[in-house]
Design a protein around this ligand. Sequence first.
Ligand code: DOR
Length: 450
Amino acid sequence: MLLISGGHLIDPSQGLNKVGDLLVTEDKISWIGDKGTAPVQQGFSILDASRMVVCPGFIDLHSHLREPGFEDKETIATGTQAAARGGFATICCMANTEPPIDTRAVVDYVKTKARVAGLVRVLPIGCITKGRKGEELAEMAELAEAGVVAFSDDGDPVINSSLMRHALEYSRVFSLPIIDHCEDRTLSQDGVINEGWVSTRLGLKGIPAASEEAMVARDLALAQLTGAKLHIAHATTEGSVELIRHAKEKGVSVTAEVTPHHLTLTEERVIGNQLIPKTYHLSATAYDANAKVNPPLRTKKDIAALIKGLKEGIIDAIATDHAPHTLADKMCEFDLAAFGISGLETAFGCLMSLVHNGELDLVTLISKLTFEPARIVRNKYEELGSLKIGSPADITLFDPDEEWIVDSNNFASKGKNTPFNGCQFKGKVMATIASGKIVYQDNLIKVKGN
Ligand code: DOR
């Protein structure tokens, strides 16, 4: 039993935005109201939340936990610890493991490992196609029965349009979304960064915006044809935002997410630190593979469109695309380096820069990390992303003004691959509560017995 006292309560699911107290009894939110009026009984612990914002636990629709198969990059234990530190009480894990999440056995394995780790809620996403090979549909009914919250071959697009049509049609039976990684591989080919002046200048093969947009357009047409729920993973271009806007206006059942890095970094970030001053040797991060990600970092114009899209409800959620990799995967020739950014532990700090710069308001940001992603997995988990009485006690506490410097050596994640290393952020997660249990607490947080 826990009293969270005197925090700034923000819960977009019920239009709540005021200072107050909140009570947690066992694993549920049992009371919420004005400061100093909570019906506290003997035995409650007290967490003083003054100066802090108290909101529903963040939900990440897109994390790569790597287990089974790539435990050198991440395990479910380390990934969920990273999630807790990042303020996430729920994460949906992607299916590109080895074996992929395409059978009940792998779903059960992931759920068991998550239960043993005992930190945050892990909701598996099942494959669209067997082995993620894009050739035949996975056993979607078996996966749905085993408890997946969506279907995705993320990391790869479903190239065959007819197969994608069947996947969308079939997904309606379970009322679960299909999440697509939108990339026309005949256009992206072996590109490694955005196609533009930086790719030309550095002599790296580019990935044009059209590679994403062509696939978004196809998927939207198929979603309209089938009436199924489509979710666009990691949208990055102005053109994608416009296509999704148009589809929403027509009533297509589509939702979309954007990552923190695509909202804050441009293609220039891959240039890294070219020269070590004084010696004029090329620095180890001359082409910074930590900024190599798929889809690639784009341009300022795209960022402006993505932020506008978030504000206008065209982009529904912010998702990390947490993609941990080993040092060896990244510290190699740029062309050979793996795509991906380890994102769970920097997401919130990085996103708060948008709030402090006046580009996004705090309530919208919280909504995109809580209430909105909850709606996308609502069919399975109705009460997530809310502080309403009776909801699971998933709560994130953060100090919007606490400053800190990113040091990837301190990450709980095995993936130290971040382009934000050394960045100073303002806004820090101070505690994460998942199902009533404090799964992360900053050194500054003290919980007193009553
Ligand atoms: O950068 C990426 N990394 N994009 C993806 O779609 C997959 C991910 C991974 O699994 O590493």
